[in-house]
Ligand binder design. Structure first.
Ligand code: NDP
Length: 280
């Protein structure tokens, strides 16, 4: 079964649109500000898609574009101004940032209540203990996709390939909160194939084409492909060999049309929640 992230993301956005409408009736107008430093093409596309999704959900969006030679102090000044602005509920600084800027310092500067990416250490810690307002958008989107298959996560063996702070680690935590038995693999994992073959739920978040092939997948497994890579022909592709693995998997996400649209939908959900928490 192909998991249709595009359709599921539209359902999430419709849910958010209704929530936003209800908030507006109470005088709260959810607003997201996205800060883009430089003109990295992929980042420009992401920002454009985020702004478009805001329109669909009725969320006010503001885009702040800053030049590639912006200093850390200049960016911090913008973040501080947005932190203090009551009409802004969500702040998202598009990563990656140019090398003269310390990403960690910027993430820490965003007020945790407005941190709709859920990257601030306070929000990361809250996810760890299972007491959170926001979930990081990509792992939260993956959970929605997993749920859409009807699988009961409890007691299943979940394997995540990749241990980044934004995808792999929080993904492991969310699956653990739902009582999966979780294995996290990475570049030093010995016998990746054997580990992956144990998975009832396999999440690939590596950033390398074809790192997961059919011989690494247990028949019937749910396979979530987070990867966003360009193949030799310049076409967008994931980490999973879709053609081969879809023959074996019980359910699988395509790239594009899988996790990508869900990440943006979950950002909308976090922004609506931020507006609600800050006002009601
Ligand atoms: P990172 O580069 O931060 O992390 C990659 C992880 O993969 C690391 O933990 C690394 O291990 C591991 N890894 C690398 N090579 C191998 C290998 N051969 N075998 C096993 N593990 C390996 O990437 P991100 O987590 O930020 O992103 C992962 C992918 O997901 C990228 O393609 C990115 O573009 C995509 N992405 C997609 C999103 C979406 O909305 N669809 C959102 C965010 C990311 P180690 O730690 O040992 O180095």
């Amino acid at each position: 079964m192909r998991i249709d992230g595009k359709t599921i993301s539209m359902q999430v956005k419709e849910r958010v649109r209704m929530q936003v409408e209800a908030l507006k009736e109470k005088g709260v107008h959810p607003a997201l500000t996205v800060v883009l430093v430089g003109e990295e093409p992929a980042s420009c596309v992401y920002v454009r898609n985020k702004v478009k999704a805001c329109e669909v959900c009725g969320i006010i969006s503001e885009e702040i574009r800053m030049s590639v030679d912006t200093t850390q102090e200049e960016l911090l000044a913008v973040v501080n101004r947005l932190n203090a602005d009551d009409s802004v509920h969500g702040i998202l600084v598009q990563l990656p940032l140019p090398k003269q800027i310390d990403e960690t310092a910027i993430i820490r500067a965003i007020c945790p209540e407005k941190d709709v990416d859920a990257f601030h250490p306070v929000n990361v810690g809250r996810i760890m203990i299972g007491d959170y307002d926001f979930l990081p958008c990509t792992p939260a989107g993956c959970m929605e996709l997993i749920h859409s298959t009807g699988i009961d996560v409890s007691g299943k063996h979940a394997v995540i390939v990749g241990r980044s702070n934004i995808v792999g680690k929080p993904m492991a935590m969310l699956l653990l909160h739902e009582n999966a038995t979780v294995t996290i693999c990475h570049s030093k994992t010995v016998n990746l194939k054997e580990e992956c073959r144990k998975a009832d739920i396999l999440v690939a978040a590596v950033g390398r084409e074809n790192v997961i092939t059919a011989d690494m997948v247990k028949p019937g497994a749910v396979v979530i492909d987070v990867g966003m890579n360009r193949n030799a022909a310049g076409k967008l592709c994931g980490d999973v060999d879709y053609a081969g693995v879809s023959e074996i998997a019980g359910a699988i996400t395509p790239v594009p049309g899988g996790v990508g649209p869900m990440t943006i939908a979950m950002l909308m959900q976090n922004t609506a929640k931020a507006a609600e928490k800050q006002n009601l």
